[in-house]
Design a binder for this molecule. Structure first.
Ligand code: NAD
Ligand code: TYD
Length: 349
């Protein structure tokens, strides 16, 4: 029997990789990509699979409860993978309400629509919520986030994601909705909107613009190639236990400044520029308010229970990513025109 799978946020960075993987790998699934196409949503990300018979795009805003209800009733989704969100910490600092509307209320609207359609018949149903390691707050110099680490979010973004995680768990406990949650570390790869560190710096190096490092650059993130995250989502979706949480991470911690220097070296090589020329673009700028010092994931549960591990090293992943941006300059040009220029001016003054 054909299964109807709803993927929200499929026009965004991670969502587009998940949609592609599911459309190509599972011809027996009908994949509905529901997305409102905010500044971060881009159907160009899915040009290569848009004509597949088992793929359909629905332009819908998850803050619109009626529209969601109608979509659930019409298409009879069996399972949901929920990625749609406002995802950038800096934007959450300037507009926290937008994050509450989409990340909290939007998730609640989806939970309600699923509960209504499934009406206590939960056999072979699933609500899979994609979340972030940022809900755990910040680490000091030591330690790792485990699934049991208490939530302690610091930014409006992470607070809104934490809230949505709590609601998803509450629907599992209270109504018996079959749920699963995964919390992943920082992703990077093709189709990443150039407001986040890695694609922003790749774009700026290409254009010989300064590289704005926040504070002293000694903040640490744990980086994972986006296709490895999509593979983990595939595993959790098919093999994960109901009501379980899985932490997903790259076993790959980098201080921002070291990462930026590695990126500069790789970019100099790929662009045929003199070694050291990109590093000269590094500029230390005012720190992000409430900047979390360090994120690092203990991914041993998903590794032991589901057999997942990353498949590319950081240098391989970064190299693939840079190559993608260098061969897709048109994509980069399209997403950095218009509103992006305004955002950039405001954010970096
Ligand atoms: P993104 O910003 O690239 O994409 C988000 C997508 O959601 C866009 O296509 C956008 O149009 C859509 N969207 C936003 N608001 C919407 C609304 N109200 N209704 C319908 N669609 C809407 O984000 P991403 O980096 O791909 O992240 C996807 C998910 O993964 C998010 O839930 C995020 O919290 C989570 N996550 C991201 C990372 C990361 O490093 N990027 C890490 C861990 C978890
Ligand atoms: P980002 O890609 O925004 O992801 P997150 O804040 O969700 O981890 O930022 C990654 C790190 O890079 C974070 O410590 C903030 C820092 N950063 C800069 O130093 N300069 C920038 O222009 C940006 C966007 C981020």
């Amino acid at each position: 029997m054909k299964r109807n799978i709803l993927i929200t946020g499929g026009a965004g960075f991670i969502g587009s990789h998940v949609v592609r993987l599911f459309v190509q790998k599972y011809p027996d699934y009908h994949i509905y990509n529901l997305d409102s196409l905010t500044y971060a949503g881009n159907l160009e990300n899915l040009d290569d699979i848009k004509d597949y018979n088992n793929y359909e795009f629905l332009k819908t805003d998850i803050t619109d409860a009626n529209a969601l209800d109608q979509a659930f009733q019409k298409y009879k989704f069996d399972k949901v993978i929920h990625l749609a969100a406002e995802s950038h910490v800096d934007r959450s600092i300037t507009d926290p309400l937008a994050f509450a509307r989409t990340n909290i209320m939007g998730t609640l609207n989806l939970l309600e629509a699923a509960k209504k359609l499934w009406d206590d018949d939960f056999e072979d149903k699933l609500f899979y919520h994609i979340s972030t390691d940022e809900v755990y707050g910040t680490l000091g110099d030591n330690g790792l986030f485990k699934e049991t680490t208490p939530y302690d979010p610091n930014s409006p973004y992470s607070a809104s994601k934490a809230s949505s995680d709590h609601f998803v768990r509450a629907y599992g406990e209270t109504y018996g909705l079959p749920i699963v949650i995964s919390n992943c570390s920082n992703n990077y790869g093709p189709n990443h909107f150039p407001e986040k560190l890695i694609p922003l710096f790749i774009s700026n190096i290409i254009n010989n613009k300064s590289l704005p490092v926040y504070g002293d650059g000694n903040y640490t993130r744990d980086w994972l190639f986006v296709e490895d995250h999509a593979a983990a989502i595939d595993l959790v979706f098919h093999k994960g236990g109901t009501d379980e949480t899985y932490n997903i991470g790259g076993f790959n911690e980098w201080k921002n400044i070291d990462l930026v220097k590695l990126l500069c070296r790789l970019m100099d090589e790929k662009l045929g520029r003199a070694l050291g020329s990109s590093e000269k673009l590094i500029t230390y700028v005012k720190d992000r308010p409430g900047h979390d010092l360090r994120y690092a994931i203990d991914a041993s549960k998903i590794n032991k229970e589901l057999g997942w591990k990353p498949t590319v090293t950081f240098e391989q992943g970064l190299s693939k990513t840079i190559d993608w941006y260098l061969t897709n300059e048109e994509w980069l040009k399209n997403v950095t025109s218009g509103d992006y220029q305004e955002y950039y001016k405001k954010q970096y003054k």
